[in-house]
Structure formats: C-alpha cells, structure tokens
Design a protein around this ligand. Structure first.
Ligand SMILES: Cc1cc2nc3c(=O)[nH]c(=O)nc-3n(C[C@H](O)[C@H](O)[C@H](O)COP(=O)(O)O)c2cc1C
Length: 198
C-alpha cells in the first residue's frame, strides 16, 4: 500500500485543518495518509518536551520520512517563509540527504496566511527548495482543477493554501484544492512506486 506522510507545523490550527483535508484526498486517491507534526522550537535551550505529545498527531521521526512513498509538507506563513519549527526539523535531515533516502519520491507543500497577500506563494516556493535538494519530485496543482481559477481566497499552482483572515472558515475552493492535491499526490506516489522510479 502506498503511504503519504503529511508533515506539518501549526501554531493555531489552520494548517492542521488543511492537513486533515489533504489526508482525505490522499485516502480518496487510494493511499494511506500518515499525519505527523513537528514540535515547537524552544527559545530556552535547556527546555524539553515529552516525546509523545499530550494531544494531536505524534511528532515526526526521520524514519517517518524514510519510509513514506510521498510527502505533503505544511506550514503557516511566518514573515513570508515557513515557520522555524519546520525549518529546524528539515535542517536535521542531513542523514537522509547523504543516503538519498527521499530521492525519487513525490512531494508537495501547503500553507496558510492571515492576510490575503501575506506571502503564500513565496512560502510555498521556498518550502519546495529543500525538497529539491533531497531529490524529490514536485507535485503542485494543475489549472484543470477549476477551483484554482475560481478561488477568491487561497489556492495556488504551487500547492494548496488558505487565507484565514479574521475567523474565516475554509472556503469551498480551498477545500477542493486540498482534496485534489491529496488525490494527485497519492496517485503520483503509487505510479512512481509501481514503475520502480526509486
Ligand atoms: C511569527 C508570525 C509571522 C507571521 N507572518 C505572516 C505573514 O508573513 N503573512 C501572513 O499573512 N500571515 C502571517 N502570520 C499569520 C499566520 O500565517 C496565520 O495566522 C496562519 O493561518 C496560522 O496558521 P496556524 O494556525 O497553522 O499556525 C504570521 C504569524 C506569526 C505567529
């Protein structure tokens, strides 16, 4: 069975909600969705957190990345870029880079912002860069997904996005694009796995 790792950081839950929508698309696309998140980075260097969080999805390990067939990577936009906890996690994946463990696996990215023009696309594009260094095959959203043309909130060709605004719920188009992205990632991962691309 094809397994897609949905790995994210979320401070207030908006990105987490997208992860769940993408997971539904992944399962609709015939794959197993494994949801994992990364812990906070403490500004107090001696502070530690329990290895197993009190609530929510477990924290990701390098083995989660090593064993997946595809990856959806999510972060809120923090000053036009991915949030530090996710970057910190990625900066500890050198062993996977050395061994080429992620090379040939499909991957895509998702984000949320509070402002309509608060840097969604900049965040998504910069999140793709480390995945290219790992040799991953990038998956976005094609314009055949009509919600991409109709959305007045989030949703980009570079990956699903969400504009949270003030108390704003996920729009129909944002929801549809999360789903379509999950399906596409699942099907791409299955096809690459079957073709023995890795
Ligand atoms: C440190 C920090 C920086 C942020 N920078 C941006 C930004 O550049 N553009 C924007 O639109 N929103 C920005 N936000 C707001 C978040 O991107 C937005 O609230 C997001 O939906 C939160 O997602 P989450 O609930 O998954 O944490 C920032 C929030 C924080 C805490």
């Amino acid at each position: 069975m094809t397994e897609i790792l949905i790995l994210y950081y979320s401070r207030w839950g908006a990105t987490a909600e997208m992860a769940n929508l993408i997971a539904r698309g992944v399962e609709e696309g015939g794959a197993i969705a494994k949801i994992r998140r990364v812990p906070e980075v403490s500004p107090v260097c001696e502070a530690t957190e329990d290895a197993i969080p009190a609530s929510g999805p477990p924290y990701a390990t390098l083995d989660d990345l090593r064993n997946c067939d595809g990856l959806a990577l999510g972060s809120p936009t923090h000053f036009g870029n991915m949030a530090a906890p996710l970057k910190y996690f990625l900066d500890n994946t050198s062993a996977l880079w050395f061994s080429g463990a992620l090379s040939g696996k499909p991957a895509g990215v998702f984000t949320s912002t509070s402002s309509m023009h608060g840097g969604q696309e900049a965040t998504l594009i910069t999140m793709l860069l480390p995945l290219l260094h790992h040799g991953m095959i990038l998956v976005g959203i094609p314009s055949t997904e009509t919600a991409l043309l109709e959305t007045t909130s989030g949703g980009t060709p570079y990956g699903p996005s969400r504009h949270t605004g003030k108390d704003k719920t996920v729009s129909d188009e944002e929801r549809q694009l999360c789903r379509a992205f999950g399906i596409r990632l699942a099907r791409t991962a299955a096809a690459l796995k079957q073709a023995g691309v890795r």
